[in-house]
Design a protein around this ligand. Structure first.
Ligand code: GLU
Length: 314
C-alpha cells in the first residue's frame, strides 16, 4: 500500500511540474540553445547574425550559434527540418514558403514559423563588368544567379523574366557572393546577381578595383515585375554607396525579415525582440540602423509572432 502511495505521490509531483511548465514556460535560469540560419560570409545576413548572436548571449541565458547557409530558401529548410530556431529570410521567399506557392509548390506549405520583424531593404544588385550597359546585354554572357538555396536566384529569374529573358539566354553559374567576386576578378564571369542590404561587403570589396558597375532595372520593366510579384518595391542605390561606382542605380528591393520557429518559447522570443530593437551593436551592422516599429511590419504577409505583436503594441 505504502509503495502505491509513494508512486502516486511521485506521479502527482511530475504532473504538477508539467502543468506549471506549460503555464509559465521555460523555468528561469535554464539555458536555451538557439541556432540562427544566416547566409554566405560576404553577405549582410552573416554579419547581422553574428552581431545578434553576441547580443543575445550577452543579455540572455542562451547559447547562440550563427549558421552559414546558401540564403533564404536554405534557411526555410533549416527551420522546417528543426535545424534552426531563428532565420533571416527575404519577405518574398517567406511568403511563398508559408503559402506553399512558387518554388515551394512541390514540397507544400510550411506554417510553423512567425515573422519577428522586417529588418531592412535587400536590394537586387546586378553587378556587371564596365562596358555592359543594360540587362539585355547580359545575353550570351556568363552570369552568376546566386548560390543554390538563395533567395537571390529567384530574384534573378524574375528580373530576367521581366526582360523576356531566361536561363537559356545566359551561361548560368550558381555562386555565393564571395565566389562571384572571386570569379569576376579572375574574368570567369561577367556579371552576378546579389540581393542583399546596401552596402554589401562582397560588392564593396569588388568595386574598389574599379571594374564593376551596377545595372538599372528600367521603369517599365520594374513596373511589370512589381505588378506580377508585389513583394518588390522600387529602390535607388545612391552614387557613392560603393567605392569607385560613381553613378546611382535604379533597381528593386525586397525586405530582409527575421523569423522564428514555432517551437521557440514565447518568452524567449519576447526577450529577443527587445534586444533586437534596443541593441546598439545590432543597429551598427544593420543597413537601416535602428529598426522602428512601423517599418518592422512592412512587407510582412505571414503571421507576426505574438511576442513581437505585444512589443509593437506597447
Ligand atoms: N537575401 C540573400 C539570399 O537569400 C542573402 C543576403 C545576405 O546574405 O545578406 O539570397
Amino acid at each position: 500500500m505504502k509503495k502505491y502511495a509513494a508512486v502516486l505521490c511521485a506521479l502527482t509531483a511530475v504532473a504538477v511540474l508539467l502543468v506549471t511548465y506549460q503555464m509559465v514556460g521555460r523555468p528561469r535560469g535554464l539555458p536555451v540553445k538557439i541556432r540562427i540560419a544566416t547566409g554566405g560570409e560576404s553577405g549582410v545576413y552573416h554579419a547581422y547574425g553574428d552581431a545578434l548572436a553576441d547580443a543575445l548571449e550577452r543579455q540572455m541565458n542562451v547559447t547562440v550559434t550563427a549558421i552559414p547557409s546558401g540564403g533564404s530558401v536554405d534557411n526555410i529548410h533549416l527551420l522546417r527540418n528543426g535545424r534552426a530556431e531563428l532565420a533571416f529570410v527575404q519577405n518574398d521567399i517567406m511568403t511563398y514558403a508559408y503559402n506553399g506557392t512558387n518554388l515551394f509548390s512541390t514540397e507544400g506549405a510550411f506554417k510553423d514559423f512567425f515573422a519577428v520583424a522586417a529588418l531592412y531593404p535587400e536590394t537586387c544588385q546586378i553587378v556587371a563588368r564596365r562596358g555592359i550597359d543594360g540587362i539585355t546585354e547580359l545575353k550570351g554572357r556568363r552570369v552568376s544567379v546566386g548560390h543554390e538555396g538563395s533567395g537571390t536566384e529567384l530574384n534573378a529569374l524574375q528580373i530576367l523574366e521581366a526582360y523576356n529573358m531566361s536561363y537559356s539566354d545566359i551561361e548560368v553559374d550558381h555562386l555565393s557572393f564571395a565566389a562571384s567576386v572571386a570569379a569576376f576578378k579572375e574574368g570567369r564571369i561577367d556579371a552576378f546577381f546579389c540581393t542583399a542590404g546596401v552596402p554589401t561587403p562582397a560588392i564593396r570589396e569588388l568595386s574598389a578595383g574599379g571594374e564593376a558597375r551596377i545595372l538599372n532595372v528600367g521603369d517599365a520593366h520594374a513596373h511589370s515585375l512589381i505588378s506580377v510579384y508585389p513583394y518588390y518595391s522600387r529602390q535607388t542605390i545612391p552614387a557613392g554607396a560603393y567605392p569607385k561606382i560613381g553613378d546611382e542605380a535604379e533597381t528593386v528591393a525586397v525586405k530582409a525579415t527575421l523569423v522564428a520557429s514555432g517551437s521557440l518559447d514565447k518568452e524567449v522570443v519576447a526577450e529577443i525582440v527587445k534586444i533586437l530593437f534596443e541593441s546598439e551593436e545590432v543597429a551598427k551592422v544593420s543597413p537601416s540602423g535602428k529598426i522602428d516599429r512601423e517599418s518592422a511590419v512592412e512587407g510582412v504577409l505571414i503571421p507576426l509572432h505574438p511576442a513581437a505583436e505585444a512589443f509593437f503594441r506597447k
